[in-house]
Design a binder for this molecule. Structure first.
Ligand SMILES: C[S@@+](CC[C@H](N)C(=O)[O-])C[C@H]1O[C@@H](n2cnc3c(N)ncnc32)[C@H](O)[C@@H]1O
Length: 453
């Protein structure tokens, strides 16, 4: 087997490296000429879904921009060899946030839930093959698997195009997949076996939790930041209700088959406790649907509780901070729901900015409706933390700049506790030059105030 990284080719080495070593060659690598024409521009998109549900549709142009490599491998069921060009599968997974994290001693490790994750490859004709995630990461000792778009210097033949999985070492030919269309990373789930009485964190310890209704905070994103209590209840729960975006994140904590995605009409509970009649038009329809969904849910819970089942509602962060489930304690009070607190993204954000945010004596968590008020010197002495589910930076900034001086510190905390965590620091006057709204991820918090100095 031979692997050639095109960076070396561009440098004029012209060498075939007799090694299975795969390196990330990142942005430093020039795009080989051939790559740009590897696929016709009408080639289908390559769909890649990450462990937390992030999905990317890679166009042929985007694919051609990724670091390229070349391998030589025996063609399945023939005595011929061919030279395949393409992108390492691990580089593609990096696009959806899969990567090893650095330990404090500089060595690398895979976040715990990803150690039992698998990567499902799907072809246009329905063929499927599976790799374990750890076996694909070269820096952790994995082997070479390439998503190839060229064979012997030419675009792939029609029966293999647009992409073919080439497994250079390791398994057999069953995992050479042609006409690859979709790549999915599925995190492992909690053990499907019921906990045994001897297990310290198993059912015996949770006797007090048996049966009943729980509203559970699962923490800000990093699976290691869930509380032991939340993890234990999720693991023993018979049914775990969640909104669609939480489904994949719950996989490491729940037993298979226990998660149920509920109707988005239940989000926020805005129409509960009032009659739909008081609304008109489309809003009345929405209110009617929401009330009907709540009635259905209550009937379901009543059945489950009667069977002494454990029912959990899962939310990220803390379930009492801007939660779509905030209505549960009141609307489901007949079932005596217990709220299990979680670490909010706000807590993780404080750690990321590394400031004592309550230094001036107060912190305000805001969804953007409240922007605080200046002290007698015109300054924002305390800290405002904006959750951005209903407001965005571009709406907040002009309002804040009207009220506070341009040198007021700002920190944008993106995807806190996820592998892509990033903190962008600036001031009200210059933050917009440092980041545009288009660059911001879906999840971010905006910290503002003099305590950040
Ligand atoms: C509906 S609120 C839920 C907040 C959640 N209950 C908590 O305690 O973190 C969603 C907002 O929280 C913030 N958020 C949640 N998770 C985040 C994360 N990992 N990184 C940055 N912001 C996050 C974002 O502003 C997002 O729009």
């Amino acid at each position: 087997m031979t692997l050639v990284l095109s960076r070396f080719r561009l440098l004029g080495f012209g060498l075939w490296l007799a090694t299975v070593l795969c390196m990330s060659v990142g942005g430093a690598q020039e795009k080989p000429e051939a790559a740009a024409t590897a696929q016709p521009h009408h080639a289908p998109l390559l769909i890649v879904r990450g462990p937390s549900g992030t999905t990317k549709a890679l166009s042929p142009d985007r694919f051609a921009e990724l670091p390229r490599c070349t391998v030589e491998a025996a063609i399945p069921h023939t005595d011929r060899k061919a030279r395949y060009e393409g992108v390492l599968l691990e580089e593609i997974l990096r696009e959806v946030g899969v990567q090893a994290a650095a330990r404090s001693d500089g060595s690398l490790e895979l976040p715990r839930p990803l150690r039992s994750a698998y990567v499902l490859i799907e072809a246009a004709d329905g063929y499927q093959a599976v790799f374990s995630l750890p076996e694909l990461l070269s820096k952790l000792g994995g082997h070479t698997v390439v998503v190839a778009d060229r064979e012997d210097g030419k675009p792939l033949p029609a029966q293999a195009a647009p992409y073919r999985i080439v497994e250079v070492s390791g398994g057999g030919f069953e995992r050479w997949v042609r006409q690859v269309r979709r790549i999915l990373v599925q995190p492992g789930s909690a053990s499907p076996f019921p906990p045994t009485p001897s297990e310290p964190d198993g059912a015996s310890q949770s006797a007090a939790d048996e049966g009943g209704v729980y509203l559970i905070g699962t923490g800000p994103g990093d699976p290691d930041l869930i509380t032991m209590k939340a993890a234990r209840i999720l693991r023993t729960a018979d049914v775990v209700f969640c909104f669609s975006w939480m489904k994949d994140e719950l996989a490491p904590f729940v037993r298979s088959g226990t998660v149920e995605v509920v109707s988005p009409r239940l989000q926020g509970g805005r129409y509960f406790g009032a009659s739909p009649e008081q609304y008109s038009g489309e809003e009345r329809e929405r209110a009617t649907d929401a009330v009907a969904e709540l009635a259905k849910l209550k009937a379901r819970i009543a059945e489950l509780v009667a069977e002494r089942k454990t029912v959990a509602f899962a939310d990220n962060g803390d379930p009492m901070i801007f939660s779509p489930w905030a209505w549960i304690p009141e609307q489901l009070r007949e079932f005596h729901p217990v709220v299990i607190p979680g670490l909010s993204s706000f807590n993780a954000g404080n750690a990321a900015v590394q400031r004592s945010v309550a230094r001036a004596g107060f912190v305000t968590l805001s969804s953007g409706t409240e922007i605080g008020s200046p002290d007698e010197h015109g300054r924002l002495t305390g800290t405002m933390v904006f959750f951005t589910h209903t407001t965005k930076l571009k709406d907040l900034l002009p309002r804040l700049r009207q009220q506070y001086p341009d040198d007021t510190p700002v920190a944008i905390v993106c995807q806190v506790s996820y592998p892509g965590e990033k903190v962008i620091q600036g001031t009200l006057g210059n933050i917009h030059d440092m980041i545009s709204d288009a660059d911001l991820p879906h999840l971010y918090l905006v910290y503002v105030g003099d305590a950040l100095k």
